[in-house]
Structures are given as structure tokens and as C-alpha cells.
Design a protein around this ligand. Structure first.
Ligand SMILES: [Zn+2]
Length: 136
């Protein structure tokens, strides 16, 4: 269901999306997606341009993760949420700076960059977007 955990090649391929919250927008039907794809999943057009997405959104759905893949144990439990950005683009991301018990649907969130993983032998530290509750 959640296509969040990426292999290393996928990680590098998706750096623009993960670091700058860039996505794609179909120039034919207007559909926005993150990460950007070569072909629009809605209409099949190949006229997909890169667009910067808004950093704020709200939680549509969420799930608590108690059994993460290897390398993510430190974060247990954590919350993966389906977030709808201000322009309607939807993506899944980890929530941060929040007690998992305080997450609720409709909660306003904003994007931040956070360390996500240190892989054992290479010591690779990856940064990616996560979302935290909007500071008021
Ligand atoms: Zn399209």
C-alpha cells in the first residue's frame, strides 16, 4: 500500500522530489504527481513538466508503523500519513515532531527536511521531506 521505502537506486533517482518537494504536472490534463513521472498516470500524456509543490497541507489518512524495515527501528512507532497539499496534490510521508497519539485526520502540516536513515556499512545518511504539525 505505502510505496515509501525505497531501494538505494530509487533513492538517488528521487532526490529532486525528496529534497525540494518538486513534482510533475501534466500539461494536457493538469494532473499533479510526486514524484514526477514521464507519463501522466491519469491521461497517458508525455507532456509532464516539473513543478514546485506547496509545502503545506493536511492529513487525509494515517497509519502507525510498529514494525519498520531494517534501519528504521529507531523511529518506532512512527506515523506515515497521506497528505493533501494546498494545491490538491497527494503524497505519502512520515510525520515528525508529533506524538503518534495526537495525530488526527484533517491536521494541518508543513514540510520539513529530516534525516531518515543511516545505512549500516556505508554510513549513508539520507534526508527527505517529512511533515510536522503546522506551528501556529
Ligand atoms: Zn494528464
Amino acid at each position: 500500500m505505502w510505496a515509501y521505502w525505497l531501494s538505494v537506486p530509487e533513492h538517488w533517482r528521487e532526490i529532486p522530489a525528496r529534497y525540494r518537494l518538486e513534482g510533475g504536472q501534466c500539461e494536457d490534463c493538469g494532473f499533479k504527481m510526486i514524484p514526477k513521472r514521464d507519463v501522466c498516470p491519469r491521461c497517458g500524456s508525455k507532456n509532464v513538466k516539473t513543478v514546485k509543490l506547496p509545502r503545506r497541507g493536511r492529513v487525509l489518512e494515517y497509519t502507525k508503523v510498529w514494525n519498520p524495515p531494517r534501519g528504521y527501528e529507531y523511529y518506532t512507532p512512527y506515523v506515515i500519513a497521506l497528505v493533501e497539499l494546498e494545491d490538491g496534490t497527494r503524497l505519502t510521508a512520515q510525520l515528525t515532531d508529533v506524538d503518534p497519539d495526537e495525530v488526527e485526520e484533517g491536521m494541518e502540516v508543513e514540510m520539513v527536511l529530516r534525516k531518515v536513515r543511516v545505512s549500516g556499512e556505508s554510513g549513508l545518511i539520507a534526508y527527505a521531506y517529512k511533515f510536522r504539525p503546522l506551528l501556529k
